[in-house]
Design a protein around this ligand. Sequence first.
Ligand code: C2E
Ligand code: MG
Ligand code: MG
Length: 274
Amino acid sequence: GKNCYRYYSRAMDHAVERRVHMEQELRGAWERGELRLAYQPIFRMRDRRLVGVEVLLRWQHPTLGTIPPSVFIEVAEQSGLIEVIGPKVLRAACMEASQWPRGAAGDELFVSVNVSPRQLRGGELPALVAQCLHESGLPSSRLHLELTETAVIGDEMLAAQLLDKLHRTGVKVWLDDFGTGFSGLSHLRQVPVDGVKIDKSFVADMQRDPDDLALTTAIIAMAHALGITVVAEGIEQEAQFELLAQRGCDLGQGYWLSHPVTATEVVRMIDSGL
Ligand code: C2E
Ligand code: MG
Ligand code: MG
């Protein structure tokens, strides 16, 4: 109908069934203690000092095993469950980070929390952020939020207003997966973020694709011209680290530097003077 036709297959049935099942399981997963936070260390490229961590959600399902966020975040977003889970992650991350000791560099680590586009709807995020900071006693300078490019494309006016409100709470806002949305550099002028995270796909292809290397170099230069911090994610090899460091990339994370770890491990890393 309507000038189009669609195929239907039994496989679609199974996919829908799986999704519904997963959604049911995800409901109450937090209360059952199946969702936990992992922390991926973020380092300053200049001296490879530990400066912060990114919070990554993990789902330890009793029978299905560990389900990666790439699978369940989408379900959480489409079902709206992320609006329940997201605030819990934020609150828990603030509570946890407020307990961490001071690092060797004298600075306290920042904690960077991923925020789903859906959590931006309704405009309740700034109040939630303020509340979490207040309850935990975490200084606002130590909290960063990661928004995806797609969350702020489309309505730049609304995005700028939201960022303004978030900034008034004192937190920093980073654009995650930067470069993948093709909204690119021009948006950085309209949407005042504090940092961009170069997507791991660019980092992965930098060495063999001259275009990706050129893009990465351009992103760093442009961001710096605008006074924006650049974070590279998915650094898996020393050569990638060196290429990025040479180009003045400020911060980095990735398996070559450290895999995501537990909160206990974070404290151990701080204590060992990393
Ligand atoms: P992201 O925010 O871009 O997170 C980076 C992802 O890259 C993480 O996957 C991390 O484990 C992975 N990674 C880190 N270092 C490397 C590396 O060297 N190589 C490779 N190949 N990958 C690396 P993860 O934990 O599976 O998370 C996937 C995505 O799920 C995240 O992407 C984020 O968008 C979303 N996510 C995770 N936790 C949360 C959360 O609490 N709330 C929301 N809304 N989204 C979350
Ligand atoms: Mg992220
Ligand atoms: Mg990312």
